[in-house]
Design a protein around this ligand. Structure first.
Ligand code: PXP
Length: 246
């Protein structure tokens, strides 16, 4: 049975750690296999223009290693379009991308970029790829998504996550209402709403409770938590190996 609220695990930051040493450990493919084994619903990976985490070859290896649907996050460029068409992931989420940003800091300006996005959306859809736009939860952007004919939007929860971190209750309530209202409006118009960015154990539940939201994509926090959940057994195992050697 498909879960009514899917969890897509973004494995980019496993690759960030790998790339810090330039070798092949830790391999994001192994992370994807674990996600599949424990009942994650999808793998999300962002192939950035500068390849700072996921690399081209990772996409192929992830697709070969698991049957989970791959959600490729991509900038709206010719280069990324070609890569998406070559790999044919289950879904492609078009995200804004600036080289200098540390992460995807805001939603895509779908309203201002209609003419750039339209041919890309069209080609992806024509190749059977489920297209999503990573937008702010606002009516103008949702309207633009409707005009572009995408089946899915992913609402950027960054401002919501910041409000939670800052302990700003008024802003948190405003952000939650904005996401919840836009999720309802998207669903009413036949667009499947997803959400993601900055979600943690502490802030996920109010977003997960929004009934129309069908998928959450979560990455940085999960990879960070995995360090703490896993470090104990990793240190113990190293200790055992060292002890055995004496
Ligand atoms: N969804 C999209 C479209 C993203 O760009 C990102 C960040 O790469 C995420 C979800 C996951 O955000 P986080 O890593 O903060 O959980």
């Amino acid at each position: 049975m498909t879960n009514p609220l899917r969890l897509g695990v973004n494995i980019d930051h496993v690759a960030t750690i790998r790339n810090a040493r330039g070798g092949d450990h830790p391999d994001p493919v192994r992370a994807a296999e674990i996600v599949a084994r424990v009942g994650g619903d999808g793998i999300t990976a962002h192939l950035r223009e500068d390849r700072r985490h996921i690399r081209d070859d990772d996409l192929r290896r992830i697709q070969e290693a698991t049957d989970l649907p791959l959600n490729l996050e991509m900038a709206a460029t010719e280069e990324m379009l070609e890569i998406a068409l070559a790999h044919k992931p289950h879904a492609a989420c078009i995200v804004p991308e600036k080289r200098e940003e540390r992460t995807t800091e805001g939603g895509l300006d779908a309203a201002g970029q209609h003419n750039t996005l339209a041919p890309i959306v069209w080609k992806l859809k024509d190749n059977g790829i489920r297209v999503s736009l990573f937008i702010e939860a606002d009516e103008r952007q949702l309207d633009a998504a409707l005009k572009l004919g995408v089946p899915v939007v992913e609402f950027h929860t960054g401002e919501y996550a910041h409000a939670h971190l800052d302990g700003d209750g008024d802003k948190l309530a405003r952000e939650l209402k904005r996401i919840s209202d836009m999720a309802a409006l998207a669903a009413k118009n036949g667009i499947e709403p997803h959400a993601g960015h900055g979600l943690t154990y502490e802030n996920v539940q109010p977003i997960a409770a929004i009934p129309q939201i069908a998928e959450l994509n979560i990455g940085h926090y999960l990879v960070g938590e995995a360090v703490f959940v896993g470090l104990e057994s990793a240190v113990r195992h190293m200790r055992e190996l060292m002890d055995e050697a004496r």
